[in-house]
Design a protein around this ligand. Sequence first.
Ligand code: AMP
Length: 289
Amino acid sequence: MNVIVSPEEMKRFSQACRDSGKRIGLVATMGSLHEGHLSLARSSLSECDVTVVSVFVNPCQFCPGEDLEKYPRDMEKDRALLEKEGVDVLFAPDESEMYPGGYSTFVEVKGPVSEALCGASRPGHFSGVSTVVAKLFNITSPHISYFGRKDAQQAAVIIRMVRDLDIDVDIRVMPVVRESDGLAMSSRNNYLSEEERGRASVVYRALEKGRKMAVSGETKAGKILEKVKDVIMTEKGISIDYVEMVDSLEMTPLEKLETRALIAVAVRIGQTRLIDNVIIDAPNQGGKN
Ligand code: AMP
């Protein structure tokens, strides 16, 4: 596996791949890799000639007071995991190369897609995400880039950015990889104490309850969301940031299940903020999850 730290070297590498007709897949990550990230890398490996995984803890997407300093980092472990998967390139740039002195350009996707849900609780977060992803696209020139549905709003923001800025990359949104009790894998799960970790699986149980109600014919968002909240509140020490039903691409709230929808949840367990979602098709769309 090639380990590249310099954006200039990464650009040259990608250009050489493109010149020889190779298709490049990019998986953008903040490291502390788990099966969720690796599933994206495997999708790229099966579909592309060259797979690039970036590991960069992007300071711009952390809001003031968030966990930038304590965000888990383990480059040696990440490197070994990616090497084992057969990833071609680990791109791990320094912050000073991504945001050199005088850096002042930011990409901002406006409207509910970035301002609803996590956008409301984490102002500036999605601008940081779209900025770094736009830079990573320019540096690595991928044909396809893989994102996890775990961060469904992030994927929607990137899809919008790519469409609006005519960026020539296909976006694939891949299923959520979960622990055996349903908890969505996340680097932030490392923050949970054993007791908190035990309680965290209630989020998935609540989402599944909501999904099952919808599949059984309930279309009123209010009823479904009330049930999801009730299930979450059966566990102590969990506070709800939001529980919403939104259109899966627009992130606008839905009163009735009429389009492909997400039931999206953000909670705090102790100091740790966790997000998760399930996707639901309206009954006339075939009820596919
Ligand atoms: P992160 O390192 O948290 O920025 O995530 C990098 C990419 O991995 C994003 O596209 C995430 O949506 C994706 N990802 C993170 N956790 C999971 C998961 N449990 N299942 C699938 N994809 C995930």
